[in-house]
Design a protein around this ligand. Structure first.
Ligand SMILES: [Zn+2]
Length: 225
């Protein structure tokens, strides 16, 4: 089974397990569906002061749905979206929901690593934090891994020359892959990642399935190898 840990507008596909991300400002809600699970959260681009209570209620309500395997994407973006103070408040509220529901947190972070790390130090989360769309440098990857975080790599990374070097700094047990709804093919992303790691695609599938078993302990029932 290929596992696409973060996608948007995906459809069930044979041999692929997808975690579809639902954002509170959208109208879609989770539903039980073979080959799919969901994350629900407030994206920092779309947090709204006027709608804050309703967006949080959406996450609290649907976060408890049995098809929902994670809270998020939640996080920080210095380039786009809500004012920094609202992003911070919205993020930390979602950390609390993730802790209360005992579901991991999927994180969007652009340019605000200090803010993220300071929330991490302050809140001391027991649930795993998974950074999605990671496209940072080696030192940052090492720093996040040293805090126990998981990294799902930006889909475009597999095509860059820096990719194999970055991969060597991330322990395989902390690695995830995703399409982020880009239209990229998760099978090709696996193939290129396996080659860069010197693994077969099957070995990589087993590794990522094992990682899923660890991170999504109570919430994803089926991760076939
Ligand atoms: Zn996304």
């Amino acid at each position: 089974m290929y596992i696409d840990i973060h996608s948007h507008n995906s459809k069930p596909a044979k041999g692929i397990f997808t975690v579809e991300n639902l954002m509170a400002h959208e109208a879609s809600v989770p539903a039980l569906c073979e080959g799919m699970a969901f994350s629900v959260g407030i994206h920092p681009w779309f947090a709204e002061q006027s709608n804050y209570g309703a967006q949080l209620d959406f996450v609290k309500h649907y976060g408890g749905h049995s098809a929902v395997t994670a809270i998020g994407e939640a996080g920080f973006d210095t380039l786009k979206g809500a004012p920094a103070a609202l992003q911070l408040k919205t993020f930390e509220e979602q950390v609390r929901i993730s802790e209360n529901l005992q579901k991991p947190l999927i994180i969007h972070c652009a340019g605000a690593w200090e803010e993220l790390l300071s929330s991490f130090r302050r809140l001391k989360p027991a649930m795993p934090w998974l950074i999605h769309g990671f496209r940072g440098k080696k030192a940052l990857a090492q720093q996040l891994v040293s805090k126990g975080m998981y990294l799902s790599l930006w889909h475009g990374y597999v095509l860059t020359p820096l990719f194999p070097e970055l991969l060597r700094t991330i322990p395989a047990c902390r690695l995830f892959l995703e399409t982020d709804g880009s239209g990229a093919d998760i099978r090709i992303i696996y193939e290129k990642t396996a080659a860069a790691l010197g693994l077969t695609t099957q070995e990589l599938k087993e590794q990522i399935a094992a990682n899923c078993g660890k991170v999504f302990l109570n919430t994803i029932h089926v991760f076939a190898k």
